[in-house]
Design a protein around this ligand. Structure first.
Ligand SMILES: Nc1ncnc2c1ncn2[C@@H]1O[C@H](COP(=O)(O)OP(=O)(O)O)[C@@H](O)[C@H]1O
Ligand SMILES: [Mg+2]
Length: 370
């Protein structure tokens, strides 16, 4: 968790509202956070969970971190087992009244899917459940669909379940493929770059709390270098904090910012390099051309996903490649944090502006080397 969560008021109040409804059995709608990597989705999910745990009413919290079962009953089994401590199969078998004679038969038979679901609904009726799903874009669409359907089913009967999930922009495709009844009532919140005031708070507030201060120009420089990318704000904040920790004055000025620039850049380069490595040598060239084209178009205002797809298709063709993989290529551009289209918007935004510069610089370097 960052020392201070800057901005994100809308997300926090959505969670507060959802958890309030949960405690009152008011069928809270699901909340989906969508945004590029490193923008703060996990931080917000943690905030939500902590908020739920502080509630007066005992809320059970389950986070699926690894594989999620692909059916409602499969999920229900896991929830009963490790959230509600309902032991299999005896308790449910007794309730399901399957009527198998003799102890042996009873122990060897799995309870039916319906019995499991009913048992879960009964448990949820007694105590509310917050279900958290991370990295939803990497999950099996069937699992995501089953979670949404389970959420609706439990809520219809008890009003006692809140489903909160987060994923990179690809999550919307997973949702589409999941065939879940994703009702319009569910909330989708975009989690992108932070504004400059919020960015300044992300750096300055933790310093203030440690009786340190930062001059206006020093703060402005660190903020502009971070480009609103939450992870970089933390890298800057930490470097500046460590720099003044040993000194008596506790005051950070522009010279301190300059002194840590090299160290910060090294860390930022690790981020860029990691993302860059996800592209093959051939695709890097195509990527650079696509990004350069998009940059040159950018002033003509409002470039959307469809335009990106067209640029990618054309660039692939100019490399004498089939444009059949244009869609996949464009999706990867989003996945590696270059450009994404927030839900409900028709304009592309940058996921990490300086990564685009990095890609373009590399391509120029490459040309010089040739
Ligand atoms: N609102 C915020 N204010 C300050 N720092 C943040 C904020 N959100 C995220 N961070 C920092 O950014 C980094 C990435 O956050 P994380 O939640 O892991 O992103 P994601 O899950 O979207 O990839 C972490 O170092 C985190 O501390
Ligand atoms: Mg995350």
């Amino acid at each position: 968790m960052p020392p201070h969560i800057a901005g994100r008021e809308r997300e926090k109040s959505a969670f507060v509202e959802g958890i309030g409804e949960l405690t009152r059995s008011e069928e809270p709608q699901a909340i989906l956070l969508v945004g590029p990597r490193g923008c703060g989705k996990t931080v917000l999910l943690n905030w939500c969970r902590n908020h739920a745990l502080q509630s007066d009413r005992h809320i059970r919290v389950k986070e699926f971190t690894r594989e999620v079962p692909t059916t409602m009953a499969g999920i229900a089994r896991e929830l009963l087992d490790n959230v509600f401590d309902v032991r299999f199969p005896d308790e449910i078998m007794a309730r399901a009244n399957v009527g198998i004679a003799g102890a042996e038969g009873k122990w060897n038979t799995e309870p039916s899917d319906m019995a499991v679901l009913e048992a879960l609904i009964e448990q949820c009726g007694k105590s509310p459940l917050l279900l958290v799903l991370e990295e939803a874009a990497d999950k099996n669409p069937e699992s995501v669909g089953a979670l949404f359907n389970l959420h609706q089913r439990i809520n219809r009967e008890t009003g006692n379940m809140l489903f909160v999930l987060a994923g990179t922009p690809r999550v919307m495709d997973v949702l589409r493929d999941s065939k879940a009844t994703f009702s319009d009532r569910n909330r989708v919140l975009n989690v992108g770059l932070l504004g400059s005031e919020e960015s300044a708070e992300a750096i300055a507030k933790p310093l203030r709390e440690n009786r340190m201060s930062i001059t206006e120009p020093a703060l402005a420089k660190a903020v502009s270098e971070s480009q609103g990318f939450p992870y970089f704000l933390q890298v800057w904040g930490k470097a500046l904090f460590n720099r003044v920790l040993g000194e008596g004055t506790g005051k950070i000025s522009l010279s301190d910012v300059e002194a840590v620039t090299e160290e910060v850049d090294a860390e930022r380069n690790v981020t860029y390099a990691t993302r860059y490595r996800e592209w093959s040598a051939n695709d890097r060239k195509i990527l650079a051309e696509v990004l350069a084209s998009i940059r040159s178009l950018e002033n003509s205002d409002g470039i959307g996903e469809d335009d990106l797809l067209q640029v990618v298709a054309k660039t692939l063709e100019s490399h004498e490649e089939s444009n059949a993989r244009a869609e996949k290529f464009a999706a990867k551009i989003t996945e590696t944090g270059c450009l994404w289209q927030p839900w409900g918007s028709n304009k592309l935004e940058s996921g990490l502006p300086s990564f685009i510069d990095f890609v373009l610089d590399k391509s120029i370097e490459g040309k010089h080397a040739v």
